[in-house]
Design a protein around this ligand. Structure first.
Ligand code: ZN
Length: 289
């Protein structure tokens, strides 16, 4: 099944549900993540997609999980078009299991979750709140309650195989609208209480539509058209050239001296090579500025 995301509504409540197994697998492979990093990165990527689904077509969002634990910062970007990418500072962190589960909270540590919205027109807007557990879903739910005063519930799951491939990833984001009636909210809460973990549902083959039907069981649910979700990065040789130019004359001179440079995109790990002639051209661009 290809990754996709759907929106579903019942009177007064909306939900976004997604399966992100392939997109997360692609990111985990590119970053060579060990299981804890894979889970943290996959959950953060899925959260950014779910939050971005609420935006207008050309808008995008960055979710940054900045804790003091060994993983370092985990960051993901997603657009309202379903394109997602992400990175984790230390992909090779390994910690003992905590109650039989990957210790994502322990690997993230104490810190902040911040969410930046890029609307194209205005300045980007960033909101942040303290991490609650470092398990990411709770942190995002708390962020939405504190920073955006939106009562919501976020569920995220990533299942990592022993060979480090990804067998399931996805999540949901439920938002109560101001006009929501108590009865509807109580029904959704009761449904959530009996919902199996997201990673388990996806591994069993549940679709985003079926996930929404379970969340809204017993209510008149409307499901909207699906949107494709995939891993993608906006990097290009031109963008990397601008990064090199921004290093300044001194740094470029030493790269010219070395005769070549290799720059790796931090989001997709694509490697860009520059030979001496190209570096000299970039040097000229700096002097002309
Ligand atoms: Zn890239």
């Amino acid at each position: 099944m290809k990754d996709y995301l759907i929106k579903a509504t019942v009177p007064g409540v909306r939900a976004f549900c997604t399966v992100t197994t392939e997109s997360v697998a692609e990111a985990v492979k590119r970053h060579d993540c060990y299981p804890i990093a894979a889970a943290a990165l996959g959950r953060t990527m899925t959260a950014s997609l779910l939050l971005a689904a609420n935006l207008k077509t050309d808008e995008c969002i960055t979710v940054r999980i900045s804790g003091n634990g060994p993983l370092g910062e985990v960051v993901a970007d997603a657009g309202a078009n379903g394109i997602v990418r992400g990175a984790v500072r230390n992909p090779h962190v390994d910690l003992p299991l905590n109650n039989g589960k990957l210790d994502v909270g322990g690997a993230i540590g104490i810190g902040l979750v911040s969410v930046t919205r890029f609307t194209g027109m205005k300045q980007p807007f960033t909101g942040s709140s303290h991490l609650v557990t470092g398990e990411i879903a709770e942190d995002i739910t708390n962020y939405l309650a504190c920073s955006e005063q939106t009562p919501s519930s976020v569920g995220l799951g990533v299942l990592v195989n022993p060979d480090l491939t990804i067998s399931a990833a996805g999540g949901f984001f439920i938002q109560a609208l101001p006009e929501c009636e108590e009865e509807v909210l109580a029904k959704v809460e009761a449904n959530l209480a009996t919902l199996p973990p997201v990673s388990q549902m996806i591994q069993e083959g549940i679709t985003p539509e079926e996930m929404a039907e379970r969340i809204f069981a017993g209510l008149p649910v409307i499901i909207y058209d699906p949107m494709n979700v995939e891993f993608g990065c906006q990097c290009s040789k031109e963008r990397i050239e601008n990064v090199l130019i921004s290093l300044g004359a001194e740094e470029l001179a030493s790269l010219v001296e070395e005769g070549k440079a290799e720059v790796c995109c931090k989001f997709c790990c694509e490697k860009y090579q520059f030979n001496k002639e190209e570096l000299i051209e970039l040097q000229k661009a700096v002097t002309n500025n």
